[in-house]
Write a protein that binds this ligand. Structure first.
Ligand code: M6R
Length: 374
């Protein structure tokens, strides 16, 4: 089988690290993953292998994955449920495979994986198939085990990803999930035609907006340099912002070795807030209009206990400045797509903290690019 990835894609092309190069490839990745599936004013996902009738019969979606792919799945849950009104359960593959999951008629299983070789994800796929359910793989590596064993494969066209910490493949996974949600929402009439075409417009604008955020790297680098000696960092958010926080936190800990946790902002007061002390960095993501005020209250709570609050929010939300010490604004987009923009400054932040600490950014200790063993 010939895979048409060019050799240049696996070289650093003048960038200091693969991770930086791959972050900069995200506008292209997003465009490549979405573009071919946007036909005129519709979303066409031929690889899905499902008729509209079959889409209407889906009663529940199970998303199974590991690591960042799992975080994309958590984001996908909010998007699919919010947009297409289908219940979604997200499982870590290592849990799904052993918990004797309840899969009922009308269930659809989606396995997400960059490498397509992650042992737990592959085992989860086999478990679902053994029980007679069809599996859709959202996979980056063409011809990988998950791609071969899934009933249908929706490829993320991110190209080869070399850095252990995923950036562009995660961004492509988000896009694949948005496309699915939009497709399902249109077929199930849970969005109006007007809303659908507005979403298409927003989807098309994402690559340029990501580019804009990447161009802001110097400001984020300066900020990151202040946190090289941090002992721990918390990421908080609600809804989709919680999913972004999980990924932001994983990026930081895996490459900079700084302990970090992501919390659903409303859950902080149930224990974790006791860890906040003078100077603790709390990154608060607040992109969801309906949850904005709630997250601001949580920011005020941690600030009152001495935290330094970094906020990531949408342009125009100036009110956040009263509760934050440092604000990063992302361009306006559909509320379901904010993850694709808010994750960019968090990736850059992690990268520059790790570089500042002198860490081996592309090959963090104890980690492998594909986890092919249990
Ligand atoms: O290849 P996969 O997407 O199946 O890999 C899953 C995880 O191992 C992976 O996302 C891991 O968490 C990365 N190091 C995250 O940057």
């Amino acid at each position: 089988m010939t895979i048409d990835w060019d050799a240049e894609a696996a070289e650093k092309a003048g960038y200091e690290h693969f991770m930086l190069k791959e972050m900069y490839e995200q506008p292209k990745t997003v465009a490549d993953t979405a573009g071919p599936r946007i036909k005129k004013n519709d979303i066409v996902i031929e690889e899905l292998g499902m008729t509209d009738e079959e889409i209407l019969q889906v009663k529940k979606i199970h998303i199974v994955a590991c690591g960042s792919a799992y975080h994309a799945g958590v984001s996908g849950k909010y998007v699919l449920e919010g947009m297409a009104r289908i219940p979604v359960e997200v499982d870590l593959a290592s849990e799904f495979r052993y918990r004797d999951p309840i899969l009922e008629d009308g269930a659809m299983v989606i396995v997400i994986s960059q490498s397509g070789e992650t042992a737990d994800s592959l085992a989860a796929l086999r478990e679902a198939k053994k029980r007679g359910f069809k599996v859709l793989g959202i996979v980056n590596v063409v011809g990988s085990s998950i791609a071969r064993e899934a009933d249908n494969v929706m490829y993320t066209w991110a190209g080869p990803e070399i850095a252990v910490a995923t950036t562009k493949a995660y961004s492509a996974q988000l896009i694949a999930l948005y496309l699915l949600a939009m497709k399902f929402a249109r077929v199930r009439h849970t969005v109006t035609e007007e809303e659908f075409s507005e979403m298409l417009g927003d989807l098309r604008r994402l690559p340029d907006q990501i580019e804009l955020l990447l161009n802001n790297k110097n400001r984020i680098q300066r900020f990151a340099n202040r946190y090289i000696a941090a002992k721990e960092v918390f990421f908080i958010g609600r809804g989709i912002d919680y999913a972004i926080s999980m990924e932001g936190s994983l990026k930081l800990k895996e490459i900079s070795y700084i302990h970090s946790e992501a919390y659903a902002a409303g859950e902080l007061k149930h224990g974790t807030i006791s860890l906040i002390e003078e100077g603790t960095l709390v990154a608060a993501v607040a992109t969801q209009p309906a949850l904005f005020q709630k997250t601001i209250s949580n920011m005020v709570e941690v600030k009152a206990r001495g935290a330094f609050v970094l906020a990531v929010t949408c342009e125009g939300n100036r009110e956040i400045e009263k509760a934050a010490d440092y604000v990063i604004y992302i361009p306006i987009t559909n509320r379901f797509f904010t993850n694709s923009l808010a994750i960019i400054p968090l990736q850059l932040f992690s990268y520059y903290v790790a570089v500042g600490k002198g860490c081996d950014v592309d090959k963090p200790r104890n980690l492998a690019k594909s986890v092919t063993v249990e």
